[in-house]
Design a protein around this ligand. Structure first.
Ligand SMILES: CC(C)(COP(=O)(O)OP(=O)(O)OC[C@H]1O[C@@H](n2cnc3c(N)ncnc32)[C@H](O)[C@@H]1OP(=O)(O)O)[C@@H](O)C(=O)NCCC(=O)NCCS
Length: 293
């Protein structure tokens, strides 16, 4: 028996939603579409229930905020962000974030299919049946590679500035944080970008954190609140802070693996800031052992 029950809406509501989706899809596929204007117009309807020009006449300051040309994202402040790529996806990220503030965005039946359409035009790649629940955040969006049947749950944060791969069937639970950049302990502006790889069928469970450059192999599981830094083997269950493999599933081996940390070469990282030496030198030491009085 599946865990999730299929739910259906009335025919009339379903038809209205389907029409909206197919129009959105066609509009985004058209390279001539003015994305900031499209998003501004949609948000005026979703958030304020009126046309953008009406809102602008009545509340100009509020209307300005709907146009992504008038706002800044944190990612735009980073030197590592490719400004050209980001400018293409920025209006759609603005729509994604603000849709979540509306009743439409909090309705999974409407918003999950809308996010799947937006993902096609934001991510580097997205497979079939992408399912993203509400209040999920990305840093740049364009550096995400997502396979088939991937699910991302509420309040997850995916910092994809250095790249994130989520392979087929991966599941990201509520409040998970996945990073792909790291700062030097001594010089905060010394940033290294490292792609983070989440294998096929991996489950990152509630509140876990995955640091930059981690490689989590196919069918592994990260326990709630665990902190992964490095590699996790296939079928492993990694727990704790920092995460260590304390169990293996009674499953496997598989005939073949897409992501296997035992053979996957480690990401050396790309210096976002060329002023600093690569690789980052050792910058910490262990505390001195306490001397007996
Ligand atoms: C804390 C941190 C800076 C440690 O860096 P580091 O001194 O280079 O540490 P290492 O990666 O060499 O690990 C040293 C030891 O600490 C442990 N460790 C590292 N980070 C840890 C963490 N967050 N919690 C618990 N243990 C941790 C490692 O497992 C390792 O243990 P071991 O010696 O038993 O193997 C790093 O892991 C971290 O948390 N990075 C995130 C930085 C961040 O948030 N940046 C954003 C700032 S804007």
């Amino acid at each position: 028996m599946p865990w999730l029950n299929p739910l259906s809406l009335s025919e009339q509501v379903q038809t209205q939603q389907d029409n909206f989706l197919s129009t959105l899809e066609a509009t985004l596929q058209d390279p001539a579409t003015d994305r900031p204007a499209l998003v501004r117009d949609l948000l005026a309807q979703f958030l304020y229930g009126r046309r953008f020009d009406e809102l602008q006449a009545q509340l100009p300051l509020v209307a300005q905020q709907l146009d992504s040309r008038n706002i800044t994202f944190e990612a735009e402040h980073y030197t590592a962000t490719d400004q050209e790529q980001f400018s293409r996806v920025k209006p759609l990220l603005w729509l994604w974030k603000n849709l979540d503030l509306s009743p439409l965005g909090q309705n999974p039946a409407f918003a999950i299919p809308v996010r799947a359409v937006l993902a096609k035009h934001i991510f580097k790649r997205v497979g079939k049946n992408f399912k993203c629940w509400q209040n999920v955040e990305f840093s740049v969006g364009y550096n995400l590679e997502v396979g088939d049947d991937v699910v991302i749950h509420r309040y997850a944060f995916l910092d994809d500035i250095g790249g994130i791969e989520l392979h087929d069937g991966a599941s990201v639970s509520d409040y998970v944080n996945i990073y792909s950049h790291t700062h030097s302990v001594i010089d905060s502006p010394d940033v290294t970008l490292k792609k983070t790889i989440i294998g096929r069928g991996v489950r990152l469970t509630y509140h876990s954190t995955i640091l930059a450059g981690s490689i989590i192999s196919d069918d592994a599981m990260v326990a709630t609140h665990a902190l992964v830094r490095g590699k996790i083997e296939p079928h492993a269950i990694a727990m704790g802070l920092p995460a260590r493999t304390t169990r293996f599933k009674l499953q496997g081996p598989f005939a073949s693996y897409g992501v296997d940390s035992r053979t996957h070469s480690e990401c050396r990282g790309i210096k976002a800031n060329p002023e600093f030496p690569a690789p980052t030198p050792v910058q910490t030491r262990k505390p001195e052992p306490e001397k007996n009085p």
